[in-house]
Design a protein around this ligand. Structure first.
Ligand code: FEO
Ligand code: CA
Ligand code: CA
Ligand code: CA
Length: 671
């Protein structure tokens, strides 16, 4: 029996308590299997991972910090098969690194050795890995699969869409601005129905070095305005000090991370690395089924700290949309609407990246404005319309490519709503309503709340440390497109749930009435279960993952499962915000209290984030990523032994990993 025919009134598991243990904890009746860990070899002949800092060649091993992922089914003969529940290609983002654990005694300080730096760089990126379920039912990955692939910050890519060929993307690597080299800080993800993977470049700016001379050289220019708006306005050494390494002659692996202008080189950027930073900040499309395919940067979706790129529903004859969060404090929610109406026959096409060209290279990028009365608008980022012209005094736009490369500046000019850090988006397959996690915002003040970002308060740290001000615990906003169509330019919204400790003020902070069974903080990952699509469940399951700074004194990060209602099922309310001596009121719109329809399903090991989730098509295996367990430790002070601890061994360095969760009776996970 592979079909799901139940429409449960309630979730089918008992909530898991909060936990500080070094284990993945699940409800009774469930089992987790570790499938794919940091360092696991991805080709025949690559040695087993020693996990002592001596390993190298991460271009042939699993990277670190597993994040967003999507499962693409594979038939027994190795062809795409969206129905396969036993074999698939998992595309997994490797967002970042636990630097010290990658070396025998931690990273070398001062000028970095070239080998250490290359190891750290190649530990980033994306992996395509074959997963298979054995006859015994156990999941594993296939080391020698010819589909396995690592995509790194050095992998060749092409630039597509309106910014292709634009002067701001000219580099040594691609003087005509049609190619890019690599991807980095790949956070969350998305997919297309033509079976490709979308990976999203999030906190890329931090990797670049910028010397004080460069701040001087670009003072007063549009380049400086842009760099400042994307978090690179001042001098910086760059994450992990990569550019202190000396590369072999002619090797630009290190130099490309230093954007400082070399005044002896051409002003167009083709002789130094001044424009290299503009090659990042995009959504990248990958064909998982063709290991030789060249990933394509889809510039029509704009340049930002892309968290994810989740599609709305695909309806024949209607232009499809992807919802995009820009994760930084007071940034925006975007939507890309294709120019091309959906044709269902394209789902089976074999020229997958060409189909991507058809839908993802031309369209309209919109940014969201949320009004106090529960309405909202999608504001178009179109050159020549409204303030997006050469006459703009903050940033004079030159053309549509300039608008997309500097999407944040365009959204500022349009007056979009500044949000409490937009993370993942998810779409309810039953009704098309879109949900967005707003993880937290320590810079939200009593004075600058609005109806969609209504809380500013002080969250006490229970176990010591400093209290956190602002929106410390985050919330999940949701919207209904007018006419239930992805093409809509108007919407209605409310807030599905506010994160909070169950012990916090129920009148002004714990507004969703969370209890010990479902209280959470800093929601981040968000996903509707696949089985809801296949089964037509009246109440599809939504999964919420946490990345939690404000609550880790009480519990490790977690995964919750819910059956949400619909936009507008709650009420309006005016709350009182208080930080120190400052108080003020703010009206907002709150969905029905989730109660028992929201329950904690999993708690992770020490110092991890829970992020990344997908399932087999039947929903009977759910894959979840355990990111950076033990991230506050180092080789001399190991603070988590996970995943070894899961097998009863309390030793060894921690490893980010993908787990497979199954129900012991073979049923659908969560029901
Ligand atoms: Fe990589 Fe916004 O999380
Ligand atoms: Ca995230
Ligand atoms: Ca986060
Ligand atoms: Ca993290």
């Amino acid at each position: 029996d592979t079909t799901v025919s139940v429409s449960p009134a309630a979730l089918g598991f008992t909530a898991v308590p909060k936990s500080l243990t070094d284990l993945v904890t699940l409800p009774a009746g469930y089992t987790a299997t570790v499938v794919y860990r940091l360092g696991d070899p991805l080709a025949a002949g690559v040695t087993a991972f020693a996990n002592d800092g001596t390993d190298s060649n991460y271009a042939q091993r699993a990277g670190d910090h597993h994040d967003g992922m999507t499962y693409f089914g594979l038939s027994a003969t190795g062809t795409p098969d969206a129905t396969s529940n036993t074999r698939g290609l998992m595309c997994i983002n490797h967002e970042n690194i636990n630097q010290s654990y990658l070396h025998p005694t931690g990273a070398t300080s001062g000028n970095r050795p070239y080998g250490e730096v290359i190891k750290e760089i190649e530990c980033h990126g994306v992996a395509v890995v074959e997963f298979a379920r054995a006859a015994s039912g156990a999941w594993g990955y296939v080391q020698a699969s010819t589909f396995n692939r690592r995509i790194t910050p050095f992998t060749p890519m092409v630039i597509n869409g309106p910014a292709r060929g634009n002067a701001q993307l000219k580099t040594v690597y691609s003087p005509d601005a049609t190619q890019a080299r690599g991807t980095i800080n790949n956070c969350a993800n998305g997919y297309t129905p033509w079976q490709t993977y979308l990976t999203c470049e999030e906190n890329w700016a931090g990797y670049f070095r910028r010397d004080a001379s460069d701040v001087t050289a670009r003072a007063g220019t549009k380049q400086q305005t842009s760099l400042a708006r994307y978090g690179k306005g001042a001098a910086a050494t760059g994450n992990y000090g990569w550019t202190t390494a000396t590369a072999p002659a002619g090797d630009t692996n290190i130099a490309k991370f230093n954007i400082t202008i070399d005044a002896t080189k051409p002003a167009d950027g083709t002789g130094d690395f001044r424009n290299e930073i503009n090659q990042l900040g995009w959504v990248v499309e990958i064909d998982p089924y063709d290991p030789t395919s060249i990933p394509r940067k889809r510039t029509a979706l704009g340049r930002m700290n892309h968290e994810g790129a989740w599609p709305g529903r695909f309806v024949a004859g209607v232009k499809p949309a992807w919802y995009l969060g820009d994760d930084a404090q007071n940034e925006y929610l975007y939507k890309f609407v294709s120019n091309t109406a959906w044709a269902a026959a394209d789902a089976g096409a074999t020229n997958r990246l060409a189909i991507g060209d058809k839908y993802l290279d031309a369209g309209t990028l919109y940014v969201a404005k949320f009004n106090a009365d529960g309405s909202g608008q999608w504001l178009p980022l179109v050159f020549g319309q409204g303030p997006l012209t050469a006459a703009n005094t903050t940033y004079p736009f030159a053309d549509q490519a300039d608008v997309l490369i500097n999407a944040r500046l365009a959204a500022d000019a349009l007056g979009a709503t500044k949000m409490d850090r937009p993370e993942w988006t998810a779409v309810n397959p039953a009704n098309g309503e879109m949900y967005l996690t707003l993880t937290n915002n320590s810079s939200r003040t009593v004075a600058n709340t609005d109806a969609a970002n209504p809380r500013a308060y002080t969250d006490p740290k229970v176990g010591g440390g400093s209290a956190t001000n602002g929106n410390a615990n985050g919330h999940i906003i949701r919207l209904k497109e007018t006419g239930d169509t992805t093409e809509a330019t108007a919407l209605t919204w409310d807030i599905y749930a506010f994160g909070a400790g169950a012990d916090l003020d129920a009148t002004n902070i714990n507004l969703s009435g969370l209890t010990a069974d479902n209280d959470f903080s800093s929601c981040d990952g968000l996903w509707f279960g696949r089985t809801s699509n296949a089964s037509g469940l009246v109440k599809p399951l939504m999964w919420i993952q946490t990345d939690d700074g404000a609550y880790t004194d009480v519990t490790n990060c977690m995964l919750l499962c819910s059956q949400p209602g619909t936009v507008g099922d709650g009420t309006t309310k005016t709350i009182t915000n208080t930080i120190g001596a400052t108080s003020g009121t703010q009206a907002t719109r709150i969905g029905a209290a989730p109660g028992g329809n929201l329950r904690r399903f999993l708690v992770g090991p020490k110092e991890c984030e829970i992020t990344g989730i997908d399932s087999t098509p039947d929903g009977r295996t759910v894959f979840v990523n355990i990111q950076h367990p033990g991230e506050n430790g180092n080789p001399g002070n190991i603070t988590s032994n996970w995943p070894q601890s899961q097998a009863g061994t309390a030793s060894g360095r921690p490893r980010s990993a993908t787990i497979a969760i199954t129900k012991n009776d073979g049923g659908v996970v969560g029901l």
